[in-house]
Design a protein around this ligand. Structure first.
Ligand SMILES: NC(=O)c1ccc[n+]([C@@H]2O[C@H](COP(=O)([O-])OP(=O)(O)OC[C@H]3O[C@@H](n4cnc5c(N)ncnc54)[C@H](O)[C@@H]3O)[C@@H](O)[C@H]2O)c1
Length: 283
């Protein structure tokens, strides 16, 4: 546990969250801080080439920091790309001693790019996806885990995969392949880190209401026959894939799952999948 223990389900823990400027990452930061954690919030804060929606900004990352601090917790924010292991390592070198250790990792940063059938994907688009959504998560975990081991107090790594980690969907083979890869990474890390009392699990969300889905490219993927699909048309198509009557879940729905896995409430859950998917995959 970190320096200042208070009340809450993750009181006194230190959480390292990637992709924390907005969307789910910000929600994870706020939800964990509400339950007593201090936060290391990292984001690239720029458009990642090829993504069909605006990038996050430094101002958004600062806003995450302020939201955590408004809850009475400490937050170290840093701009870094998960593809840049050197930069990520430097962030941890600086922040972990300042916050007094590392207990929780939320490897959340990720992208989608323009949908295309697998056999038409440019090699660069394939590689970029693997670099960010798979290698970036491996970087996050491989740099964080030694610091957790060193602290000797166990911990929890939560990887953000996707409903697309468990099933194929058309037009996004690079995304699906990277996310399926995260299942293997989760299981391998869980095997290797179990003796250190470090649990490793992944959350597998369906559509989450963030900039990643609210853009023309994703709307067209779901409503291919419309010239310019509206939010309402997208919502109807998205709702049709779910068992529960909802087009998407909110970031806090995923944050609640992350919080559960990060806390000690179920200290013996490891190497598993926690779907937050409104039944899309019918587990
Ligand atoms: N939105 C969805 O429907 C959905 C569904 C399932 C899984 N996911 C996954 O959830 C995670 C979070 O996505 P979101 O929905 O919050 O989208 P988002 O685009 O709002 O947030 C993603 C964040 O990650 C950051 N990021 C992207 N590339 C990065 C890099 N190379 N280095 C550091 N930061 C980087 C972005 O700047 C952004 O702040 C992603 O891994 C995504 O694949 C999203």
């Amino acid at each position: 546990m970190g320096e200042s223990e208070g009340a809450g389900r993750v009181a006194g823990k230190v959480a390292f969250i990637t992709g924390a400027a907005r969307g789910q990452g910000r929600s994870h930061a706020v939800r964990l801080a509400e339950e007593g954690a201090d936060v290391i919030a990292v984001d690239v804060c720029a458009a990642v080439e090829g993504t069909p929606y605006p990038g996050a900004t430094p101002a958004e990352l600062e806003e995450t920091g302020r939201a955590v601090e408004a809850l009475g917790r400490r937050c170290v924010t840093a701009v870094a790309d998960v593809r840049d292991a050197e930069a990520l390592g430097a962030v941890l070198d600086d922040a972990v001693p300042r916050l007094g250790g590392l207990d929780v990792v939320v490897a959340n940063a990720g992208i989608v790019n323009l949908p295309k059938p697998a056999i038409e994907l440019e090699p660069a688009a394939w590689q970029q996806m693997i670099d960010v959504n798979l290698t970036g998560v491996w970087n996050t975990c491989r740099l964080a885990a030694p610091r957790m081991i060193e602290a000797g107090r166990g911990g929890s790594i939560v990887i953000t995969s996707s409903a697309g980690a468990l099933k194929g969907y058309p037009g996004v083979a690079n995304y699906i392949a990277a996310k399926h890869g995260l299942v293997g990474l989760t299981r391998s890390l869980a095997v290797e880190l179990g003796p250190e009392r470090i649990r490793v699990n992944h959350v597998a969300p369906t559509q989450v209401s963030t900039p990643m889905i609210h853009n023309d490219a994703v709307y067209r993927l779901f409503v291919p026959d419309a010239e310019q699909p509206s939010r309402e048309e997208f919502a109807a198509a998205s709702e049709a894939i779910h068992l529960l009557p909802t087009p998407w879940v909110e970031p806090v729905d995923v944050a609640n799952a992350v919080l559960f896995l990060a806390s000690e409430e179920e200290r013996f859950i490891t190497a598993t999948t926690l779907p937050v998917d409104a039944g899309v995959n019918q587990h």
